[in-house]
Design a protein. Structure first.
Length: 235
């Protein structure tokens, strides 16, 4: 089956057993997986993430760390020492600096979450922000670059501007990981700022996170292959 290393399938499933069965069913059709809080909080959840890595998969532990610096530093160190390819933290300077310090010399890449893709501009107003999502993303991307993280998580709609800012800062290697990716005609679910796989890649995304369109499909293997096929046309 066609696969693409830029595709990260989100295992947003209720238990480890269901997630493991999906991974074995898809087999070589997907090279990278995101393990989120629901699975990480389950007994054996972190061990499952390590199991995926032992299978040769790229593993994205989506902890979205957000705490005082000392706690973030310790958690990032623990995750990196345990083995993890990608780790998320919230894009606040104190948090990002602590995560980079905790990661140390380990290979784990730190991704800063800019603005959740489930949030609209109106949602930000309700939270207490005066900035629009796009403006807040720009601010946090510049802070992320200053703090030395490896990339950001942002919606496909901001990917082009993130790429411009990274290039201006001399960081062409900066990762732009975009959730909120939906194949044409797919249901948006709880996402607000979405795009198709091809649109997200053309905008500058380096990796796409796709969950429900794969795991909820009648045939997850073919669903992943179709998405990989759409991605293969954009380089």
């Amino acid at each position: 089956m066609l696969s693409d290393p830029r595709l990260i399938v989100g295992l947003d499933l209720p238990d480890v057993e269901t997630a493991r069965a999906l991974v074995h069913k898809i087999a070589d059709g997907v090279e990278a997986y995101k393990v989120g809080l629901t699975l990480l909080a389950r007994p054996g959840g972190v061990a499952f993430a390590h199991e995926l890595q032992a299978m040769g998969k790229v593993v994205f532990q989506d902890w979205k760390l957000h705490d005082i610096g000392a706690q973030v530093e310790g958690a990032a160190r623990a995750v990196a020492e345990g083995g993890c390819d990608l780790l998320t933290v919230h894009a606040e300077p104190q948090v990002m600096r602590a995560a980079v310090e905790g990661r140390g010399s380990h290979a784990t890449k730190i991704l800063a979450v800019t603005v959740m893709t489930s949030l609209s501009d109106q949602d930000l107003v309700e939270i207490g922000y005066s900035a629009r999502a796009a403006d807040l993303v720009e601010t946090r991307v510049r802070q992320a670059l200053d703090c030395g993280v490896d990339g950001v998580v942002s919606s496909p709609l901001e990917a082009a501007r993130v790429r411009e800012i990274a290039h201006e800062a001399g960081r062409p290697d900066f990762l732009i990981v975009t959730p909120g990716v939906r194949p044409a005609g797919a249901d948006k679910g709880d996402q607000q700022r979405v795009a198709t796989p091809a649109e997200a890649l053309r905008a500058g995304a380096t990796h796409l996170v796709v969950a429900r369109p794969v795991f909820a499909a009648d045939d997850p293997v073919m669903a992943a292959a179709r998405i990989a096929g759409e991605m293969s046309g954009v380089r």
